[in-house]
Design a protein around this ligand. Structure first.
Ligand SMILES: NC(=O)c1ccc[n+]([C@@H]2O[C@H](COP(=O)([O-])OP(=O)(O)OC[C@H]3O[C@@H](n4cnc5c(N)ncnc54)[C@H](OP(=O)(O)O)[C@@H]3O)[C@@H](O)[C@H]2O)c1
Length: 376
C-alpha cells in the first residue's frame, strides 16, 4: 500500500472511531440514581418534579427540595398551574440525542422539569420594579413543574390577563409564542392571505388559528374528524378533515402553511402553495433518536434552494414582549386556551405521557395546590 493510501486509511479510521465514540457517548443512558438526601438547609421546602436520568416519563420523581430564593433581579412565583409541551417529553427522553450535547451526557445536567407556568408573585429581589408580591403572572422558566419558580424580571414573565384562569394562562407561553413567531416572523402573514395550519387542534395549532385570524388572514385548519367543530369554533374559515381529504392534492393554494405535524413531504406541501409561498416547519414526527426527526427539515431546506417557494425552520424564543402581546390578545377576547386535560402536580409523568400520544385537543396542563406563605 502506498504512503498516501495509508494516510487516507488512517484518517478515515480515526474519523470513524470518533463518530462511533460520539454516538456511544450521546446514546448512553446512566442508571437513575436515588434523589440526593443532602440539601442546602433552607428552612423552606417545596414539592417539585425532578428528572435524575433519561427515559420514559415514569422515571420522573416527585421530591421535597429547597425552595429557591430570588436574586436581586428575580421574582419568586408560587406556581398555580404549569403546562406540558412536546419539549418536556423530549427533555425527559433526551431525544433527539443531539440535545444531550447541551443538556447533559448520560443524565441531565439540570434535574428540574417543565417550562410554562402561571402563578402569583410571592417575593421579589430588591432591584425588581415591574412586579410586586400578589401580582398574577405567567411565563416560561425551567423547573416549572414545582410549587415555586424564580424568574429574572427581564426574562419570560408577564402579567396574567384577569379573564384567564391560571391553567389557561399557563397553557400560553411555548405553544402560543411558537404560533405567533411562526406566523408573524417566519411566515410574514398579512391580512387577506390564505394560511393553512396543519395540526390545527393541538397546542400550537389552536393558538395559530386564533392568531392568524387576528392578523386578518383567511384560515384553513387541518385536523381529524373529532376536532373539526373545535377548530371551526376557534375562528377557522375552512376546516380540512385529514381522515377524509388530503389538502396537498386538492385545488386550493395557500400563501403560508404552518406545519405542526411534519407528516407530508416537502414536494407534497409545495403543491399546496401559491407561487412564492412559504412553509414554516414547526413540528416533526418522533422518528427515532438520531436524525430522523430532522429529515423533513433537511429535505425542505434543500428544496428551497431550487424553487421559488420557501421552507423555513425555526426554534421559538420566549420573551416578555411576545408574552405581553399574547396577554393583550387574550384580554381583548381574541385568544383563549383550549384545555384538554388537567393533571395534579404529582401526576406530571402521566400528563407528559398523555401528550406524547400526539392527539391532545389543545393543551394539557398540571395544577398545583395552593400552599400558605410559610410553605406549610
Ligand atoms: N419549532 C419550535 O420552536 C417548536 C415549538 C413548540 C412545538 N414544536 C413542535 O411542534 C409540534 C406540535 O406541537 P404541539 O404542542 O401543538 O403538539 P400537540 O399538542 O401534541 O399536537 C397534537 C395535535 O397534532 C395533531 N395531529 C396528529 N396527527 C395529525 C395529522 N396526521 N394531521 C394533522 N394533525 C395531526 C392532533 O390532531 P388530531 O387529534 O385531530 O389528529 C393533535 O391535536 C411538535 O412536534 C412540537 O415538538 C416546535
Amino acid at each position: 500500500m502506498t504512503l498516501s493510501k495509508r494516510i487516507v486509511l488512517g484518517v478515515a479510521t480515526v474519523f470513524a472511531l470518533a463518530v462511533v465514540s460520539l454516538a456511544i457517548m450521546l446514546s448512553h443512558d446512566s442508571p437513575c440514581p436515588a434523589p440526593p438526601t443532602t440539601t442546602t438547609g433552607s428552612q423552606f421546602k417545596m414539592k417539585a418534579v425532578m428528572q435524575r436520568c433519561y427515559g420514559s416519563p415514569d422515571i420522573l420523581s416527585f421530591e421535597d427540595i429547597d425552595r429557591p430564593t430570588p436574586a436581586n433581579d428575580e421574582v419568586l412565583v408560587r406556581v398555580r398551574a404549569a403546562a406540558v409541551n412536546p419539549l418536556d417529553w423530549h427533555s425527559v427522553a433526551g431525544w433527539p440525542y443531539v440535545m444531550r450535547l447541551s443538556g447533559g451526557l448520560g443524565a441531565p445536567n439540570d434535574p428540574s422539569v417543565g417550562v410554562d407556568f402561571a402563578g402569583i408573585v410571592e417575593a421579589v429581589g430588591k432591584d425588581v420594579t415591574r412586579f410586586k408580591p400578589g401580582d398574577e403572572v405567567f411565563g416560561g422558566r425551567s423547573g416549572a413543574f414545582a410549587e415555586y419558580v424564580t424568574v429574572r424580571e427581564a426574562r419570560a414573565i408577564a402579567s396574567k390577563p384577569a379573564n384567564l384562569t391560571f391553567e389557561q394562562a399557563a397553557a400560553i407561553p411555548i405553544a402560543a409564542v411558537t404560533a405567533l413567531q411562526a406566523l408573524r416572523d417566519q411566515g410574514h402573514v398579512r391580512a387577506g392571505q390564505k394560511v393553512l395550519i396543519n395540526g390545527a387542534s393541538g397546542g400550537v395549532g389552536t393558538y395559530a388559528v386564533q392568531i392568524a385570524k387576528s392578523f386578518g388572514a383567511d384560515v384553513t385548519g387541518v385536523c381529524s374528524t373529532k376536532n373539526v367543530e373545535l377548530v371551526r369554533s376557534l375562528g377557522a374559515d375552512h376546516v380540512v378533515d385529514y381522515k377524509k381529504e388530503d389538502f396537498t392534492s386538492a385545488s386550493e393554494r395557500y400563501d403560508v402553511i404552518i406545519d405542526n405535524v411534519g407528516n407530508r413531504s416537502p414536494l407534497d406541501l409545495r403543491r399546496a402553495l401559491t407561487p412564492g409561498g412559504i412553509v414554516v416547519i414547526v413540528g416533526a414526527p418522533k422518528e427515532g433518536p438520531w436524525v430522523g426527526m430532522f429529515w423533513g427539515v433537511i429535505r425542505g431546506l434543500a428544496l428551497s434552494w431550487f424553487v421559488d417557494e420557501k421552507f423555513v425552520f425555526f426554534v421559538a424564543q420566549l420573551n416578555p414582549d411576545d408574552l405581553s402581546f399574547l396577554a393583550d390578545l387574550a384580554r381583548d377576547g381574541k385568544l383563549t386556551s383550549v384545555i384538554d386535560r388537567s393533571f395534579a402536580l404529582d401526576e406530571t409523568s402521566k400528563a407528559i405521557e398523555y401528550l406524547a400520544g400526539w392527539h391532545a385537543r389543545g393543551k394539557v396542563v398540571v395544577h398545583v395546590p395552593a400552599r400558605s406563605a410559610d410553605g406549610t
